[in-house]
Design a protein around this ligand. Structure first.
Ligand SMILES: Cc1cc2nc3c(=O)[nH]c(=O)nc-3n(C[C@H](O)[C@H](O)[C@H](O)COP(=O)(O)OP(=O)(O)OC[C@H]3O[C@@H](n4cnc5c(N)ncnc54)[C@H](O)[C@@H]3O)c2cc1C
Length: 464
C-alpha cells in the first residue's frame, strides 16, 4: 500500500481547521477513503460561532486577512460569504472608574498626536514591511524545516524588533499578537510573529483600523465570514466523511496498518447512547488536534521521539466570554484595552453587530491551566468594564457563554535554534502517522491550511 494509492484508508483525528483542510486537499487530489473522527458534536475546533437574533457571532477565530489565500480559495469553492471588518477603538480604565473610557488609538500607537509623530510611525511601518518582504523566501514554504539555520530569526519577537530598530512598533503588534492570545512580544518566537504579520496582513490591519476604510474594497481589508467562521468549516465539511461525537479509545500502529478502537453515538428513539466499541483498520493516520502528550499517550503507543517532541510544547490559556449587555453600543465594533491590562482581565471587547446586545470579551488567563475560579474572576472584571462603559449585563437574558482553551501550541526560541522542527519533519510518515495543526506552522487558520496542503502534496501526491 503506497500513500499515493487513491484507495488508501486514511483516518484524520480532529475536525478543526487542521483536520478539515487535510481532508479537503486529500479529496481534491482524488483520495476516496478519507474519514474524519471528531470528539465533539460540531466541526470547526476553535472556530466557534453562534447565531443570536438571526445574526452570526464568532466566539473563537473571527477574521481573515487578504493573505489567507488557501482559506479564501476554499471560501470561493464553498460559497461562504465574507464581509469587511473596519474601525477599532482603544480604551483603558482604572478600578471603579466610570465615565468615558476611550482614548485615541492612533495617538497611542504613534506615541503622540502631532503630524510629525504620525509620519514617523508610518515610516516605521513601511520599514517593517520592507524588512519582512526581504525575508519572503524564508517564509514562502509552510512549516519550519531549516529555520535553525537562521539564528538571527530564532529570537523573541521583541528582540527581533530591537535588532531591527523597530521596537517602537511593539504597541502596534501587541494588538494582533498579544490581545489575540499569542503571548507578549518578549515571549513569542520571532518566526511565528513574522509569518503571521506578512506585509499584506499588516497593511490590512492598518487600513481596517481606520474608520473611512468602509469605503475601500474588501480585498484590501480584514474580513469575517458573514455566517460565522464555524459555518465556513461546516460548508467545507459537507462533502467530507466526518463522524461527530467519536471517542477514540486505542490506536495500535504496525507495519500492516493502524487499528483504531472507538465509540460513536447511536440514537434509540429519543435517547442518544454511546455505541459499543468498534474497531476499524486504516492505512494512515493524520493527527489533527493540539494534543497534550499525556492525553495522546493514553490512547497511542508514542515512539520515544514523538513523546519527546510533544513534551516540549507550550500553550497559552485564553478565554472568551459573551454576554448580552443592555444600554451600551461600543464606539467601534472592536475595542482594545491599551495599554494592556493585567492577566485575567479582558484585552478585547467586541460587539460585532451594533444593533445586537451580544458582546464578547477576550482574556488571557493567569493560571497555567484554566480553572473554574478564572471564570468567576473574569466575570467580575467584565462587570466592572461594562459599568465603566455605562452598560449593564443582562443576567436574566437568554445568551451567555464561557470557553477557556489551552491555546497557541508552540515551542520556545531555544527549540527553534536546536532544530526542533527538523526533528518533526524527519518523523512525518513514520509508523504511517502524520501530524498537522497550529504547532507545525503558526496557530492561525491560513498557516494551518497551507501546512496541511504542503504535507498532503509532499507525502501523498508526490509519491505518484
Ligand atoms: C479566541 C480565538 C480567536 C482566534 N482568532 C483567529 C482569527 O481571527 N484568525 C485566525 O486565523 N485564527 C484565529 N484563531 C486561531 C485558530 O482558531 C486556530 O489556529 C485553529 O482553530 C487551530 O486549528 P487546529 O485544527 O490545529 O485545532 P483546533 O481548532 O483546536 O481543532 C482541533 C479539533 O480536534 C478535536 N479533537 C480534540 N481531541 C480529539 C480526539 N482525541 N479525537 C478526535 N477529535 C479531537 C477538537 O474537538 C477540535 O474540533 C483564534 C483562536 C482563538 C482561541
Amino acid at each position: 500500500m503506497r500513500s499515493s494509492d487513491r484507495n488508501a484508508r486514511i483516518l484524520i483525528l480532529g475536525a478543526g481547521p487542521g483536520g478539515l483542510s487535510a481532508a479537503h486537499y486529500l479529496r481534491r487530489y482524488g483520495y476516496k477513503n478519507v474519514t474524519v473522527f471528531e470528539k465533539l458534536g460540531r466541526v470547526g475546533g476553535l472556530c466557534r460561532s453562534v447565531t443570536e437574533d438571526n445574526q452570526a457571532f464568532d466566539l473563537g477565530a473571527a477574521v481573515v486577512s487578504p493573505d489567507y489565500r488557501e482559506v479564501l480559495k476554499m471560501a470561493r469553492r464553498t460559497g461562504a460569504r465574507l464581509e469587511k471588518v473596519f474601525g477599532a477603538a482603544a480604551f483603558s480604565l482604572k478600578k471603579g472608574e466610570i465615565g468615558e473610557p476611550y482614548h485615541r488609538l492612533l495617538d497611542y500607537l504613534a506615541g503622540g498626536s502631532s503630524w510629525a509623530e504620525y509620519l514617523r510611525y508610518l515610516l516605521l511601518c513601511l520599514q517593517y514591511i520592507w524588512k519582512r518582504f526581504l525575508l519572503r523566501e524564508v517564509f514562502r514554504r509552510p512549516g519550519w524545516a531549516g529555520i535553525a539555520s537562521h539564528p538571527e530569526l530564532c529570537v523573541t519577537f521583541s528582540e527581533w524588533l530591537k535588532n531591527n530598530r523597530l521596537e517602537e512598533l511593539g504597541r502596534l503588534f501587541e494588538m494582533p499578537i498579544t490581545t489575540f492570545g499569542y503571548g507578549n512580544l518578549d515571549e513569542i518566537p520571532a518566526p511565528y510573529a513574522l509569518r503571521y504579520m506578512s506585509p499584506m496582513t499588516l497593511v490590512a490591519v492598518l487600513l481596517s483600523g481606520i474608520k473611512f476604510s468602509r469605503f475601500l474594497p474588501g480585498v484590501l481589508l480584514v474580513r469575517r465570514f458573514k455566517d460565522g467562521f464555524q459555518r465556513f468549516w461546516e460548508k467545507v465539511a459537507w462533502d467530507l466523511n466526518v463522524r461527530l461525537n467519536v471517542e477514540v479509545k486505542a490506536i495500535k500502529r504496525s507495519d500492516e496498518g493502524i487499528t483504531v478502537t472507538y465509540t460513536h453515538p447511536v440514537q434509540i428513539i429519543g435517547d442518544q447512547l454511546a455505541h459499543a466499541e468498534d474497531k476499524t483498520r486504516f492505512d494512515y493516520l493524520i493527527v489533527a488536534f493540539p494534543v497534550l502528550k499525556e492525553n495522546l499517550e493514553k490512547t497511542m503507543d508514542l515512539t520515544e521521539e514523538e513523546a519527546w517532541l510533544q513534551s516540549r510544547t507550550e500553550f497559552i490559556p485564553y478565554a472568551v466570554a459573551s454576554f448580552e449587555i443592555a444600554d451600551l453600543v461600543l464606539k467601534e465594533r472592536v475595542a482594545f484595552h491599551l495599554p494592556l491590562p493585567p492577566l485575567g482581565e479582558p484585552m478585547i471587547v467586541s460587539q460585532p453587530h451594533p444593533d445586537n446586545e451580544l458582546m464578547a470579551f477576550y482574556a488571557r488567563l493567569p493560571s497555567t491551566e484554566p480553572t473554574p475560579d478564572d471564570e468567576r474572576r473574569l466575570r467580575e472584571h467584565i462587570e466592572r468594564y461594562v459599568k465603566a462603559f455605562g452598560g449593564r449585563i443582562k443576567t436574566d437574558d437568554d445568551w451567555h457563554s464561557y470557553d477557556a482553551w489551552l491555546y497557541f501550541k508552540h515551542v520556545s526560541v531555544e527549540e527553534f535554534r536546536a532544530g526542533y522542527y527538523d526533528r518533526w519533519e524527519n518523523i512525518q510518515g513514520d509508523n504511517r502517522t502524520f501530524y498537522v495543526g497550529g504547532l507545525f506552522d503558526f496557530d492561525y487558520v491560513e498557516g494551518i491550511a497551507r501546512y496541511s496542503r504542503s504535507l498532503i502534496e509532499k507525502h501523498f501526491v508526490e509519491g505518484d
